[in-house]
Design a protein around this ligand. Structure first.
Ligand code: G3P
Length: 215
């Protein structure tokens, strides 16, 4: 299972590298706006930091605009993956970009049928969102489980399933149990994976026992 970092902050990616978990980086327009930097500068800087894919999301909604942005972004780095929302225009544009050798990821997927349509278009990644479905009292992981079940039924569908809007360690656990290829999450979520009270208690007990012997 690959861990991608959902961030436009270089420091997050450097710390993820120090943990050996920077398999790739996803960004989105909100993260880019938060960074306060130019999209091209951020994507180029991230591409220098890691070897894996760097996802850069288009902002256009029409096929022509998406294609223009996609061809332009692809020039920035050979690691760039063009992230495109799950609309008919987006899927058409992704199909063409893929035919021209430019990898794409269809994002903002909230249903298994959006995922299937994108997968059949030959995209490299399908990106179902978990947390935003949970936010409206739907079961995000159930949707991802259905996507995995569909993909497993049809081996000719070769795209990678990249679970996004991953907000908790349980989302990562569930993704791993159902066989998601990749999760993308903020660094803070990955850092939570190390935490366990019994580990802390065990360290404390070992130190206490050691102190007794050392005196
Ligand atoms: O970047 C795509 C996705 O990971 C966004 O997550 O938490 O804003 O729904 P979130």
């Amino acid at each position: 299972m690959k861990f991608f970092i959902d961030s436009a902050e270089i420091e997050d990616i450097r710390e993820a590298k120090s943990l050996g978990i920077a398999d790739g980086v996803t960004t989105n327009p909100s993260l880019m706006a938060k960074s306060g930097r130019e999209l091209k500068d951020v994507v180029s800087a991230i591409s220098r930091e890691i070897d894996g894919p760097v996802f850069s999301e288009v902002i256009s909604g029409d096929e022509t605009g998406i294609l223009q942005e996609g061809y332009q972004m692809a020039k920035w780095s050979d690691q760039v993956v063009i992230k495109i929302p799950a609309t008919l225009a987006g899927i058409k544009a992704a199909h063409k970009l893929e035919a021209d050798g430019i990898p794409t990821g269809i994002t903002l997927i909230f249903s298994p049928m959006q995922a299937l349509l994108a997968a059949k278009a030959g995209v490299s990644y399908i990106i179902p969102f978990v947390g935003r479905l949970d936010d409206i009292s739907s079961d995000g992981m159930e949707m991802v489980e259905q996507v995995i079940a569909i993909m497993d039924n049809y081996p000719d569908l070769t795209c990678k399933v990249l679970a996004a809007s991953v907000r908790t360690p349980v989302h990562i656990l569930q993704s791993a149990l159902i066989g998601v290829d990749i999760v993308t999450a903020p660094l803070s979520v990955y850092k939570q994976l190390a935490a366990h009270p019994l580990t802390d208690a065990g360290i404390h007990k070992f130190l206490q026992d050691w102190q007794k012997v050392k005196k």
